[in-house]
Design a protein around this ligand. Structure first.
Ligand SMILES: [Cu+2]
Length: 132
């Protein structure tokens, strides 16, 4: 599982995913054999896969995200200020400080439910993670 990978590897996976989303495949030169060129075998698991929260302009995108229990959630901070993704009730999840340009991951709760979260540095920023 991804949880066993060192943090650096997980960041690399996130960068690859971002690259693939932006360019529809990073290896644009070799037309034809794109599937075999993928170095990450875990990119095609839709239900237990990964999810992405982008922080930009002091807001979470998307503001509401639905994931499967235990999903690895990637957080990318595209602002010039630090932010956090912190569950407001209990200690369901908390990324701690995510510095400008930094990418971190956290594991979504195993228990289904709706988990509102805020940025503890800017408490007016809020979003919701739905686990089901
Ligand atoms: Cu913030």
């Amino acid at each position: 599982m991804l949880t066993l990978l060192p943090a650096r590897a997980r960041i690399a996976v996130a960068v690859l995913a971002t690259c693939a989303a932006a360019l529809t495949g990073c290896s644009g030169g070799d037309g034809g054999s794109s599937p075999s060129a993928s170095p990450a075998p875990s990119t095609a698991s839709p239900s237990a896969g990964r999810a992405l929260i982008t922080i930009k302009d002091f807001a979470f995108h998307p503001a509401t995200l639905r994931v499967a229990p235990g999903t690895e959630v990637t957080v990318i901070n595209k602002d010039a200020a630090s932010h956090t993704v912190t569950a407001t009730s209990g200690k369901a999840f908390d990324t701690g400080e995510v510095k400008p340009g930094q990418t971190v991951t956290f594991e979504a709760p195993a228990r289904p439910g709706s988990y509102p979260y805020i940025c503890t540095i800017h408490p007016t920023m809020n979003g919701s993670l739905t686990v089901r």
